[in-house]
Design a protein around this ligand. Sequence first.
Ligand SMILES: Nc1ncnc2c1ncn2[C@@H]1O[C@H](COP(=O)(O)OP(=O)(O)OP(=O)(O)O)[C@@H](O)[C@H]1O
Ligand SMILES: [Mg+2]
Length: 160
Amino acid sequence: MEPLSYIIPSEAEMLSLGRCLALHLTPGTFIALFGDLGAGKTALSRGIGEGLGTYDISSPTFTIVHEHNTSPLLFHFDAYRLDTSDELYDIGFDDYISQNGIILMEWPERVPDALPKQRLDITIRGSGMQERIVTFTPYGESYQSILDHMRRDFPCAYSE
Ligand SMILES: Nc1ncnc2c1ncn2[C@@H]1O[C@H](COP(=O)(O)OP(=O)(O)OP(=O)(O)O)[C@@H](O)[C@H]1O
Ligand SMILES: [Mg+2]
């Protein structure tokens, strides 16, 4: 499916992108956040959290998951410290999935076989004080429609 990319010049703009995206997320949405250390995965998650009504997003690296009591519920995972998908299931991944919240997963490449086929991949390129290129790739019709909404509501996209 056709990806959608943005140039994001600042952390403030990354938060705006996340807030806008949050408005189009329905219960059960799964977002895989790809990008190197310091790319801005947690910054984007903070924006999504703000859009859902929480200002309490921090990196879940040490606890693997933070649960936020928003509506829908928000489960923010960071798989950086995991070696296998089994470790994710050990901490109750199936239970989190069955709660039909919104799932954000940093470092999804650590647990490739746990990722649902229908999902939104977001890849962030760039680091340090550079601008970021943020690319949304949808897998599944409902995820395609999230991109349709973003094209309309956050229109400064560019195509590669
Ligand atoms: N355009 C930008 N968008 C997002 N963050 C930016 C941007 N420019 C600079 N930054 C800075 O980059 C850093 C991004 O850190 P963040 O914790 O979000 O990265 P991360 O991808 O979650 O890293 P980790 O893999 O360690 O979890 C922050 O210090 C932020 O201020
Ligand atoms: Mg992070």
